[in-house]
Write a protein that binds this ligand. Structure first.
Ligand SMILES: *[C@@H]1O[C@H](CO)[C@@H](O)[C@H](O)[C@H]1NC(C)=O
Ligand SMILES: [Cu+2]
Length: 175
């Protein structure tokens, strides 16, 4: 194989290795496994170690008969009292619940509503930061998703560039 073709092969291989699909990250709450959402985990610590973006997905995994997931207001999160229907924004109880975080600049509040579990620490606050530039007042989730896809877009540009370079090398082989 001529050197120019080897170079082309190397370039394309490198780009394929760098290629990553754009898209939402998934966060396994409390770590992987069936006990990710339970009473023995510090969710403040877990949450601080994560970086959330609009469109990301929280995955709550737990023993279905033992726990549940209530998305609640901040007040209900702080008091661990979600008895008022107005404090409950959404409920999940499948044991494998996928919850999308659609908006930037927003904190989402979750508790387990089984008696005493929230008081025992089974509560999670997740903040999706706002846009870093003040020039964009309130980006839509789709705009945020598009900006997360920029790496893939630039990869596509790099691939075109590499193909152009390879084409020149193949038409005018140096070796
Ligand atoms: C973020 O939210 C707060 C309160 O909800 C609001 O005052 C602020 O203007 C928002 N910032 C952006 C960048 O949207
Ligand atoms: Cu629970």
């Amino acid at each position: 194989m001529p050197p120019s073709q080897l170079l082309l092969l190397a370039l394309v291989s490198a780009l394929l290795l760098l290629w990553r699909p754009a898209g939402a990250a998934e966060h396994a709450v409390g770590g992987d496994g069936i006990n990710g959402w339970d009473t023995g985990t510090n969710y403040a610590t877990w949450s601080q170690a994560q970086s959330f973006a609009a469109g990301d997905v929280l995955v709550f995994e737990y023993v279905k008969s033992q726990h549940n997931v209530y998305e609640v207001t901040e007040a209900a999160y702080r008091s661990c009292d979600a008895t008022a229907p107005a404090d409950v924004l959404a409920t999940y109880d499948s044991g494998f619940d996928r919850v999308v975080l659609p908006e930037t600049n927003r904190t989402y509040w979750f508790i387990c509503q089984v008696p005493n579990h929230c008081i025992g620490g089974m509560k999670l606050a997740v903040t999706v930061p706002g846009a870093s530039t003040a020039a964009v007042p309130s980006p839509s989730p789709s705009a945020a998703a598009a900006s997360r896809g920029s790496w893939t877009a630039s990869s596509g540009g790099l691939l075109l560039l590499a193909l152009a370079v390879a084409h020149v090398l193949l038409v005018n082989p140096a070796g």
